[in-house]
Design a protein around this ligand. Structure first.
Ligand code: ATP
Length: 316
């Protein structure tokens, strides 16, 4: 059975009674996108006129394909997140056949589309969006969560062109919260433990330790960040190949090159993120944490205090 409250209302975190939403509370509009187990639909809440993206999941399909734990994971992580750089989960409900996740609507689509449309980003735009991702990861890791599948398809934009990171089906909760809830997949993990077994991720952004030891560290997300910064500036991810196998070979050998004209400061940053040993990556605890990463010369001039309130640079 897909776990979901069956009561019509529940106490929210502030302690007030909140009515459980139901499909009839929304007017469903166009389909925004399709995943392997879900359809995302633009919807309007009748009582508030507010727009949401509702992710609709087919229960039977999930059970047939044995994906219940991914769905639980996604719900569990999303409900812990309340930060401007992440898609927010407002409500969940279900009917006989489907689960519904009511999410903030990221109306401007995926980062990948912008890279493909523009070819690449200039240094100023790259700095701004890399800073938003860094700031998002600092928050996520602070909550004890590893994303594990960070990539340009999972970085969406809202109307103001700020990032909205999504897709937490592969993520890992390492810390338990103050309420003493268990980590979601039932595997007990001691607080502070930095890694956990299991292979997930997307070929081009997957870190070498996930490939060789099948372990994910917080800094696996920093590896992905290095890949993304490289891709923003050059247009292509650093590790490419016709087959996954070729890509994996290159990753484990750290085999990649910088194209001509790649800025030396950016190159220095990428080289400090794309480090084979997870403990050697700029931004991980052993290397001085996020403070040290944010002080890298590539980020010079970034005001880290209020990125989500700043006007993003125009993409050209
Ligand atoms: P898969 O399940 O196969 O990994 P996926 O993660 O892309 O695919 P969904 O999360 O269902 O699957 O997303 C389907 C599409 O809808 C994606 O293209 C995504 O960009 C878009 N989408 C998802 N969430 C939102 C959102 N909150 N706002 C706007 N678009 C969204």
């Amino acid at each position: 059975k897909m776990a979901e409250e069956t009561t019509p209302s529940k106490l929210n975190r502030a302690g007030s009674l909140q009515a459980k939403r139901k499909p009839e509370d929304f007017i469903f509009g166009k389909v925004i996108g399709e995943g392997s187990f879900s359809t995302v639909i633009l919807a309007k809440e009748v009582s508030t006129d507010k727009q949401y993206a509702i992710k609709v999941l087919d229960k039977q399909h999930i059970i047939r394909e044995n994906k219940a734990q991914y769905v639980h994971r996604e719900k569990s992580v999303l409900s812990k997140l309340n930060h401007p750089f992440f898609v927010k989960l407002y409500y969940t409900f279900q009917d006989k056949d489907r689960l519904y996740f009511v999410l903030s609507y990221a109306g401007r689509g995926e980062l990948l589309d912008y890279i493909q449309k523009l070819g690449s980003f200039d240094e100023n735009c790259t700095r701004f969006y890399a800073a938003e991702v860094v700031s998002a990861l600092e928050h996520l890791h602070g909550l004890g969560i590893i994303h594990r599948d960070l990539k340009p398809e999972n970085i969406l934009f809202n109307e103001q062109m700020h990032i909205q990171i999504t897709d937490f089906g592969s993520s890992k909760i390492l810390k338990t919260d103050q309420l003493g809830e268990d980590s979601q997949d039932g595997s007990q993990v001691a607080p502070g433990q930095k890694r956990k077994n299991s292979f997930v991720g997307t070929a081009q952004y997957v870190s070498p330790e996930v490939l060789t030891s099948k372990k994910a560290y917080y800094s696996s997300d920093l590896w992905a960040l290095g890949c993304i910064i490289y891709q923003l500036l050059s247009g292509l991810p650093p590790f490419r190949g016709g087959h996954e196998y070729q890509i994996f070979q290159k990753i484990t050998k750290l085999e990649y090159e910088f194209p001509e004209g790649f800025s030396p400061t950016a190159r220095d940053l990428v080289e400090k993120l794309l480090v084979l040993e997870p403990e050697g990556r700029l931004g991980c605890e052993e290397m001085g944490g996020f403070d040290k990463l944010k002080k890298h010369p590539f980020f010079e001039g970034v005001d880290w205090s209020n990125l989500s309130k700043q006007k993003p640079p125009q993409l050209v």
